[in-house]
Design a protein around this ligand. Structure first.
Ligand code: 5GP
Ligand code: MG
Ligand code: MG
Length: 183
């Protein structure tokens, strides 16, 4: 898919590249200050959080290790199945460590609440969540998320790591898709 095609498939830009970078820089500083010199582990959720992780960690004022998990919840469609399965587990033992889960988006919240409970069962010192996007109107479970980039309307979005059928992850903005893409 060429760039022109990709751009035409977007209906509306919700968050620009500049807004994303500015907000992630703020969040990086807040996260850094929160741990006040104690080490924390960034845990990204594949694949959507790849770009959030890359820009968030580069905006940190110092070094922090990262690890990754992959879970399945959506398949190729646009609706949450509520079923979570670990496809790739962490490489590291998080016992006694501060963990920051890095996510692209909280929609129903089902996936993240499952991941959080799963990580908490491993005896970490703490677990916090940082998400670039959140859809407050879509919440099915209450999630205590300490760092949120942007609250957005309850619409399906793509870009900046978020896909539709594995496409559009490399868009630099977050936006909604034109109706012709779905049909
Ligand atoms: P949740 O369990 O909170 O409903 O969503 C779990 C996962 O579904 C998110 O981490 C994300 O990967 C995907 N997801 C949720 N909402 C959207 C959306 O609007 N667009 C895209 N592309 N993926 C979404
Ligand atoms: Mg995700
Ligand atoms: Mg997806």
């Amino acid at each position: 898919m060429d760039a022109e095609h990709m751009g035409k498939d977007l209906e509306r830009v919700l968050v620009t590249e500049e807004e994303i970078h500015a907000r992630l820089a703020e969040l990086a500083q807040e996260i850094w200050d929160h741990y006040a010199g104690e080490e924390f582990l960034l845990v990204g959720v594949l694949k959507g959080a790849v770009l959030v992780m890359a820009d968030l960690m580069r905006a940190l004022p110092g070094s922090a290790p990262m690890d990754w998990m992959a879970v399945s919840s959506y398949g190729s469609g646009t609706k949450s199945s509520g079923v979570v399965r670990i496809l790739k587990d962490l490489d590291t033992d998080i016992t006694g460590r501060h963990v920051v889960i890095v996510e692209d988006i909280i929609d129903s919240g089902l996936t993240l609440s499952w991941i959080r409970a799963n990580l908490e069962s491993r005896g970490p010192k703490s677990v916090e969540i940082c998400t670039l996007l959140r859809k407050p109107e879509a919440a099915k479970v209450q999630i205590d998320c300490r760092w949120v980039g942007f609250d957005i309307p309850n619409e399906f979005v793509v870009g900046y790591g978020l896909d539709f059928d594995e496409q559009y992850r490399n868009l630099r903005v977050v936006g909604t898709l034109a109706p012709h893409v779905y049909s």
